[in-house]
Ligand binder design. Structure first.
Ligand code: 5GP
Length: 124
C-alpha cells in the first residue's frame, strides 16, 4: 500500500469535531479553515473530508465529485479572501512526504496571500 492513512492526525480530529477550527467554508466533501500559525495575512488550509494522505493520493484515488468539490472550494476561498479574481494574487502550496516536509499527513493545500510572498523556493 503506497498510502497509509493515520486517522489520529490533527486534521482528522478537526474533521471529527474533536478539535475546534476557524472555518472559512465547508462543503459536502471539503473543509477550508484558517491556519493556526498564519505565515501571511491570508493563510487558509483546504482539506478534503475523505482520508487522503497527500495530493497525489487524492488526485489518483478520489472520486470526481470530491475532486471537483475540492477544486471549486479553492476557487471560492480565493474569492472570499480577496486574493483571487481581480485580487493581488496568492500562492497555492501542497507539501507531500519527507522531501516536501509535510507535517500533517492529511492532504491540505495552503492558500497564502495578502502580501508579497517572495521567491517560490530558497536555495539549499
Ligand atoms: P504542512 O507543513 O503539513 O504543509 O502544514 C501543516 C499546517 O498545519 C501548518 O501550517 C500548521 O500551522 C497547521 N496546523 C497544525 N496544527 C493545526 C491545528 O490544530 N489547527 C490549524 N488550524 N492549523 C494547524
Amino acid at each position: 500500500m503506497p498510502y497509509s492513512y493515520d486517522d489520529q492526525n490533527i486534521f482528522a480530529k478537526i474533521l471529527r469535531g474533536e478539535i475546534p477550527n476557524n472555518t472559512v467554508l465547508e462543503t459536502e466533501h471539503t473543509l477550508a479553515f484558517n491556519d493556526i500559525a498564519p505565515q501571511a495575512p491570508v493563510h487558509v488550509l483546504v482539506i478534503p473530508k475523505g482520508p487522503y494522505v497527500c495530493y497525489d493520493h487524492f488526485a489518483l484515488e478520489a472520486s470526481e465529485a470530491e475532486i471537483v468539490d475540492f477544486t471549486r472550494t479553492v476557487g471560492k476561498v480565493c474569492e472570499m479572501t480577496g486574493v483571487g479574481p481581480g485580487g493581488e494574487g496568492f500562492r497555492l502550496i501542497s507539501n507531500a512526504g519527507e522531501n516536501g516536509v509535510q507535517e500533517v499527513p492529511h492532504l491540505h493545500v495552503h492558500i497564502l496571500g495578502g502580501r508579497n510572498l517572495g521567491r517560490m523556493l530558497q536555495k539549499g
